[in-house]
Design a protein around this ligand. Structure first.
Ligand code: ADP
Length: 159
């Protein structure tokens, strides 16, 4: 049984993330979508909110679990029995940082592979921070995130 981690901030989850999950589901038996708790980041959504939004957005997929971790991703991968780490590659601009991380993780844990998947072209310009900006100024984000995320955004910025 092949288990892989899909770590990220997911602040919030978008159709780009979901596209990557869909592709990973076709390749692996079990995907653990896991929120990296990074004390230096100040996310818009709390950890609990992000967990809820991911679970709701991915409820149609049978072979997925959703959780969070802090510390090193390779340590969490070992603990969870995962043999790989999934990351999304959108553009050349993602490459340098991802390449550096993948090589460092391989140095730390040789038997944990990083697997890069590319989303559909229509999601290559999409990231969570653009979604937060659009939502803040009242733009329609229905093409980019599931309804549950759209509603959570509206609520967040109505306050
Ligand atoms: P992180 O802070 O770890 O980059 P993100 O939630 O921004 O967290 O991204 C998690 C992973 O999902 C990364 O590998 C990122 O490249 C990928 N990702 C984010 N947005 C998209 C998208 N629109 N299409 C494909 N992959 C994406």
């Amino acid at each position: 049984m092949r288990t892989v981690l899909y770590p990220g901030t997911f602040d919030p989850i978008t159709y780009g993330h979901i596209d990557i999950v869909k592709r990973a589901c076709e390749l692996f038996d079990k995907i653990i979508v896991t929120i990296a708790v990074n004390p230096s980041k100040h996310p818009l959504f709390t950890l609990e909110e992000r967990l809820y939004l991911i679970k709701e957005s991915l409820s149609e997929f049978p072979n997925i679990t959703v959780d969070s971790f802090d510390g090193l991703v390779v340590d969490y991968a070992k603990k969870a029995g995962a043999s790989g780490i999934i990351r999304g590659l959108r553009a050349v601009s993602d490459f340098e940082y991802e390449f550096q991380m993948a090589l460092m993780n391989r140095k730390l844990a040789e038997n944990i592979a990083t697997i890069f998947l590319m989303p559909h072209e229509k999601y290559t310009y999409l990231n969570s921070s653009i979604i937060r900006d659009l939502a803040q100024f009242g733009s329609d984000i229905g093409d980019f995130v599931p309804k549950v995320v759209q509603d959570a955004m509206k609520k967040k910025f109505a306050k």
